[in-house]
Design a protein around this ligand. Sequence first.
Ligand code: NAD
Length: 371
Amino acid sequence: MGTFELISKHGNHEQVVFCHDPSVGLKAIIAIHNTSLGPALGGTRMWNYKNEEEALVDVLRLSKGMTYKAAAAGLNLGGGKAVIIGDPKKDKSEGLFRAFGQFVNSLNGRYITAEDVGTNVTDMEHIFMETPWVTGIPKGFGGSGDPSPYTAHGVLMGIKAAAKEKFGTDSLKGLKVAVQGLGNVGSNLVKYLIEEGAKTVVADIDQGRVKMMHDQFGCEVSNPDAILTVECDIFAPCALGAVVNDNTITKLKTKVIAGGANNVLAEARHGDQLRELGILYTPDYVINAGGLMNVFVELEGYSPDRAFDKTRKVYDNCMKVFEIAKRDNIGTHVAADRLAEERITTIGRLKQRHPGKSSRAFSTLREVYNR
Ligand code: NAD
């Protein structure tokens, strides 16, 4: 399939930039999907793609996902993403990331990058030497640091919204929550859940993490294979994607699914099936947007308190999704897309007619925050 055909097939992106600098071995693609709401923000993934077409399809798919995530989160951001073709264990160098930073800079703020799979804070520092259009830089440079506590707090807000929708109250006191995965997001979430008075049952393939949570909070422990089938009020996936699939869906013994993991549904049809089973699904990219909210605050001039406060919005966003699902008689996974699309259409049109404060905010970023 030709390049333009591929672009049309994967979401009609506004701009796709191929970045090539043989002197440092750089082959990268930046995809800007949609900037109706603001500049396109999304991380840079470094991956040993089999071929260039695989890299292109990945960046097109991921950048479109960012448009929906930012729109549903209520942020003045569009969707973009970048991929660098190469092995993150072998092919990294200062020159590579600085050359990439120059390409990002050439877009003059239409695309803002961040960390993703295969890239880290050091790589962002190198990009930052060439462009201000990067987030996730170290705290010393005005960055926001680890996003996980903010993601986890947003997830807690989403869980409370789901509880309100399903059980009529957003108090989690006495509810049993099964948490799969006790990494950066899961461990912070458990702490918040305990503070809310929830009963937790936890699992991780890393027994050290399980022991830590058990010793610290007295959590009930489950086998990693059994956590999906634990009888509970809320199942919070915080590890892998595709946990709701043909093999697991009929074995679930929960009333709600609400967690931090990306791509929880193996396929969209599993969202419809959850609805038929009476299990309330809280769409992944709506409930796990706290980390994105955190980097957005970095763009405004970072304040941890403001970032924390912003993640409370996840509650309202999830409630909106549940409302749309009822209004249009559709699954919540489809309702999330509809929430994003409605906002892009309404606010995007408004901004075209009267570019207001939000449109100007980023163009003055360099001057205001001296980045
Ligand atoms: P992490 O790598 O820190 O933690 C993942 C944990 O899951 C690890 O402790 C791992 O041992 C465990 N795990 C892996 N396979 C498992 C299995 N089969 N059963 C039980 N546990 C298993 O990752 P994280 O940053 O906490 O992210 C967790 C999820 O949330 C991922 O899907 C990620 O894409 C998503 N997410 C994270 C953020 C963030 O801010 N970190 C933001 C948005 C979405």
